[in-house]
Ligand binder design. Structure first.
Ligand code: IZC
Ligand code: ZN
Length: 421
């Protein structure tokens, strides 16, 4: 047999979590099947995986190129990099003051209604230069990479005007070009109503539909269009109008749905054929059924429920039992979830939503990749996919969410190159 040549070889993993063998996101009991190989190995060349399997097999089939890296993962877990499918990465300012208000009992949406919250970040983002936003974003991506995240989605939505929305998206593209973490772009002009449109909400919706979406699409600045659908923010009707306009311009729909009150966001996601519906704490039974039928990925954000001190998390068990593919995300943003610690999100998913560690790992890798239409590139360790790989200082995968709030990521390979460790 002809040998494969490789410039990276990782051998002897106690548990190699491949998530291989299925097309599409995992649902139901498939979410507990990690396609695990004991004493596993993986070889890569030019940033792509060329062989995966038992160490004895992979070693036999691979010829090392001069200068190849050979790494022992003896006693460790090897897995794909995490994928974070929902972040508000590019932003100005910070909101610790709001934290104090919330600890005194103020509600997240009341702070927004009073001109704070998202709108305070809008003010800071409008004032910030591209260079400042870039520096801030690079710092967050460093945190993500150290936490084992190889790909993040990044939303605009702190501009709410043409100039600043474009500025945020341009910065997100610069981040993608300058940092090892891959950035996927989402337009979220429908994140809040800008203060200058007070009392003229429909006019802002018209601006999004008539000017912002066409410009963002024409400049190739985003792949997805998202809406913060919530009855005191963008209504179902406004959200439908915006997501349909996005579709007409080639932007795939995503939606912040049913987070604070149940208002039919999940049903709308199914109606417009969204790639994902996110949050879903208040999803209706009908919404669950529709999402399962349409195979829409549910992106759950337990860090946000935790940080907003909600007494309720999204119904992960009911979603999984109904056959909805579940993904996890940090929701990294300066207000409701200022973290990049993906492994902590897995712990919260287990503790708050009763997901099993295996389900949480599936949700944060292969299903998260499908939530941003990257299932063909990342999220599993399969021949042809990106060599985005983690070595975890953990003897088995249950150990990872069990040890909460600490970083067990020992080594990160991005496109086959060691970038952490
Ligand atoms: O800045 O508060 N939920 N948008 C919707 C956010 C949280 C981000 C923020
Ligand atoms: Zn969000």
């Amino acid at each position: 047999m002809m040998q494969l040549s490789a410039d990276l070889l990782i051998t002897g993993a106690a548990q190699l979590l491949t998530f291989s063998g299925l097309d599409g996101p995992r649902t139901g009991s498939e979410m507990s099947n990690l396609s695990l190989v004991e004493d596993g190995a993986l070889a890569a060349r030019d940033g792509k995986i060329v062989a995966v399997g038992k160490t004895s097999e992979v070693v036999k089939n691979v010829a090392l190129l001069p200068g190849a890296q050979v790494v022992s993962a003896h006693g460790k877990v090897v897995m794909p990099c995490f994928v974070d499918p929902h972040t508000h990465l590019v932003c100005g300012g910070s909101r610790e003051g709001e934290f104090l208000l919330r600890l005194d009992g103020a509600e997240y949406l009341d702070i927004l209604a009073a001109g704070g919250g998202i709108l305070s970040t809008v003010k800071a983002t409008r004032q910030a230069s591209e260079a400042e936003l870039l520096q801030k974003g690079l710092k967050l991506l460093d945190h993500f990479l150290c936490a084992g995240v190889g790909t993040v989605e990044a939303k605009s939505g702190y501009g709410l005007d043409m100039e600043t929305e474009l500025k945020q998206l341009r910065v997100a593209h610069s981040l993608d070009n300058t940092h090892p973490v891959d950035v996927v772009h989402t337009f979220l002009g429908a994140h809040a109503f800008p203060p200058e449109f007070a009392g003229r909400r429909e006019e802002y919706v018209d601006l999004i539909v008539g000017e912002l979406i066409p410009k963002v699409a024409a400049e190739g600045l985003a792949e997805f269009c998202d809406v913060f659908c919530e009855n005191t923010v963008f209504t179902i009707e406004q959200s439908r109008k915006i997501l349909e306009a996005g579709k007409q311009h080639g932007l795939k729909p995503k939606i912040h749905a049913d987070e604070i009150v149940s208002c039919g966001g999940a049903e709308l996601a199914a109606e417009v054929g969204a790639v994902s519906a996110d949050h879903l704490l208040q999803i209706s039974n009908q919404g669950i059924k529709k999402m399962a039928e349409a195979k829409i990925v549910a992106v759950l954000l337990p860090g946000t429920a935790f940080f907003l001190m909600k007494d309720k998390f999204a119904p992960a068990r009911r979603l999984i039992e109904a056959g909805v593919p579940v993904a996890l995300s940090t929701d990294s943003n300066p207000g409701s979830s200022p973290t990049q610690a993906m492994a902590l999100i897995l712990s919260l998913a287990c503790l708050g939503m009763k997901m099993k560690p295996a389900e949480a790992l599936t949700a944060a890798t292969i299903n998260a990749a499908y939530a941003i239409d990257r299932g063909h590139l990342v999220g599993s360790l399969e021949v042809g996919k990106k060599a985005d790989i983690l070595i975890m200082d953990a003897p088995n995968y249950n150990y990872i969410p069990y040890h909460y709030g600490i970083n067990l990521v020992e080594t990160v390979f991005k496109n086959g190159k060691k970038v952490v460790g």
